[in-house]
Design a protein around this ligand. Structure first.
Ligand code: COA
Length: 142
């Protein structure tokens, strides 16, 4: 099941077949502080097992995010980016708004994400610091 949202010349879509995996891999592995060096096969597998969102202008993909979810209680928002030439135009906010309101993700008990410096973006869509960080643990290998 794939959906599309339109705003001016931009489109957000969830069709995995439309994704530009080479562009996503290039951005994540070379420019994303959290995914430097991530192999193509890992990028591909991560997307195959997520709900992916591509942002497009014409045939070119200019943004991405993916959601790891059980579609019932929980979702993890990951690998969010807009290519540098397209930043500061509201595309990132539109993308996060589309994701948190997606009809396949209604009423989830918890969404989580990790960010170094974009707290102010996600705060506009209801994300807050952990209410009870002492209740969370992670198994992190970098
Ligand atoms: C973060 C990112 C996706 C935002 O996309 P964008 O299209 O430039 O964002 P928008 O134009 O919709 O605006 C972003 C909003 O979040 C705010 N914000 C807070 N922290 C931010 C940050 N670190 N980077 C960008 N915007 C940030 C901006 O001030 C803006 O809010 P405002 O319009 O109310 O002032 C984009 O800058 C990006 O790809 N950055 C590099 C990758 C990255 O850091 N991804 C997030 C990892 S958690």
């Amino acid at each position: 099941m794939a959906d599309e949202w339109h705003r001016g010349e931009y489109v957000i879509g969830t069709d995995p077949a439309r994704l530009d995996i080479a562009m996503i891999h290039q951005y994540l592995s070379r420019s994303a502080y959290w995914a430097m060096g991530r192999p193509l096969e890992v990028v591909r597998r991560s997307i195959e097992n997520s709900l992916p969102f591509g942002v497009y202008r014409g045939s070119a993909q200019i943004g991405f995010a993916r959601v790891v979810t059980d579609y019932a209680t929980f979702a993890y928002l990951a690998d969010v980016f807009v290519l540098p030439d397209f930043r500061g135009r509201g595309i990132g906010k539109w993308l996060i708004g589309v994701i948190v309101d997606h009809p396949r993700l209604p009423g989830l008990r918890r969404w989580i994400l990790a960010t170094k410096d974009a707290h102010g973006l996600y705060a506009q869509y209801g994300f807050t610091p952990l209410h009870a960080p002492e209740r969370f643990m992670e198994r992190f290998t970098g």
